[in-house]
Design a binder for this molecule. Structure first.
Ligand code: CO
Length: 297
């Protein structure tokens, strides 16, 4: 059965971090609809004033953050001692797990165009070992045919598999460009959450009598095993996200997302006490690390 549009969201203009303008496409108000996805922020700026103040040191726990940058440059560093640069077509998939403190600082560029997605972690993995994975543009498989170009960040398309594999919710994350009037089909498990975000152009939806959606909106779909879309007059570029819903309680406080209010309160207490960052021992036990005290200041 073809998937029909269930909900269209345009998102809200927000300022976050130390003063970064962004569009919060999905977030707290519609979190249960998009489970296991928590948040999608979109950035598109030509004026560096809108983004270079960045996101200075801040904590995360219980989630994964996925930064995918089409244009521009973001420098990052974290409490594990990692640092690097994400640029032009690269993707960084960070598992915050038991806790990470990091900063994400966009650098001035002719244009900053990209998104950050938050994927929830199930209760059993909320306190897992934190992990960073950086994928260069060239690490991400691309499929080109007469109708479209599909870049795979996670999951599978047309027999190819993206590099991002060891994630509990096994999401699919595709960057799709369809030519004007050309079609794109995607098969899913019928009850997986599926949504898209249109970066540019317009898209027509077969199951909704060719209803046309404009740039910069997200569409969430009803259950079904196939999505069929067609590029509008100028074609379209969109991101596609699919994943199994976790169906667990959500306790969300800023950059930390747990299952219960007590877990959330504990996280903030640990930030205040300087015991937020954990060390994972070989026997599976977890202790608070004092190594990274500097990051709490
Ligand atoms: Co962050």
């Amino acid at each position: 059965m073809l998937r029909k549009i269930k909900k269209i969201v345009a998102g809200e203009e927000k300022v976050d971090g130390a003063g970064v303008s962004l569009t919060r496409v999905i977030g707290k108000p519609n979190v249960h609809d998009f489970d296991p996805f928590l948040m999608l922020d979109a950035f598109d700026h030509k004026d560096p004033e809108k983004y270079t103040k960045g996101f200075p040191w801040h904590p995360h726990r219980g989630i994964e953050t996925v930064t995918y940058l089409l244009e521009g440059e973001i420098e990052h560093g974290d409490s594990l001692g990692n640092s690097g640069v994400i640029r032009n077509g690269d993707c960084q998939w960070m598992t915050a797990g038991s806790g990470i403190i990091h900063q994400e600082m966009p650098q001035a560029a002719p244009r900053m165009l990209g998104t950050q997605l938050w994927v929830n972690l199930p209760a059993k993995d909320k306190m897992t070992v934190p992990k960073y994975r950086d994928f260069k543009n060239t690490d991400l498989p691309q499929i080109n045919n007469d109708d479209c170009r599909v870049k795979i960040i996670a999951g599978q398309y047309d027999g190819r598999t993206g590099p991002m594999e060891d994630i509990t919710v096994q999401p699919t994350y595709l960057d799709v460009t369809v030519k004007p009037g050309a079609g794109f089909t995607f098969e899913t498990d019928p009850h997986d959450t599926l949504f898209i975000y249109i970066y540019s152009g317009t898209l027509l939806f077969k199951a909704d009598r060719d209803k046309e959606l404009p740039t910069r909106v997200a569409a969430l779909f009803e259950a079904g095993d196939e999505l069929h879309v067609k590029g509008g007059e100028k074609g379209a570029r969109f991101l596609l996200f699919a994943g199994k819903p976790l169906k667990e309680p959500i306790a969300w406080g800023g950059p930390i997302v747990m299952n219960t209010k007590d877990e959330l309160a504990l996280a903030f207490e640990e930030i205040n006490k300087g015991t937020f960052i954990k060390e994972h021992q070989p026997d599976g036990s977890v202790t608070s690390s004092k190594v990274h005290e500097d990051y709490y200041r």
